[in-house]
Design a binder for this molecule. Sequence first.
Ligand SMILES: [Zn+2]
Ligand SMILES: [Zn+2]
Length: 183
Amino acid sequence: MPDGHLKQCKPCFKIREKKRFAEKPEQAQARRDRVKAWRKANPERVKINQAVYVARHQEKILRKSREAYRANLAKERERSKLSYRKRREKHAAYQKEWKARNPEAVAAQDKRYAERHPEKIKAHRAVETATRTGRLTKPSSCQVCHAEPKSLDLHAHHPDYSHPLDIEWLCRGCHADWHNSPP
Ligand SMILES: [Zn+2]
Ligand SMILES: [Zn+2]
């Protein structure tokens, strides 16, 4: 891009003196109209000029498009995160409602779970009691990623249920990670 007292006209790519750009609005409009008419009358030249511009500013153009791509990706991620959270909240609300409407089914489910996993029930009770009596203190942050979620979202995870009080405090995400791919 020429510097100093010269400047390149964006629509027609011609290099002119800067003062020519300091024009009144109606002059500017008239010039834009002229340029538009010229571009319409000279499509070949426009193509060539564009090719020259692209060749000259390849890096800038690439960088801009990469930046736009990245910004868009970040936006998309944020959006999908939000919708995931919404879906999760909706699901949790639905579950809560279902449980309230079907207490017998919930009791039967709990009973089956307790019968199948006595060691888990015992371990969970031990943690509950130990937290209540102050033998264990629930920290404010996840031991893995150090995030500070709401208390309900900080889980007491048992790497080994035969050691009921050997727990790790994990946020919901790290907890899910652990169970999806145990170390
Ligand atoms: Zn975590
Ligand atoms: Zn766990």
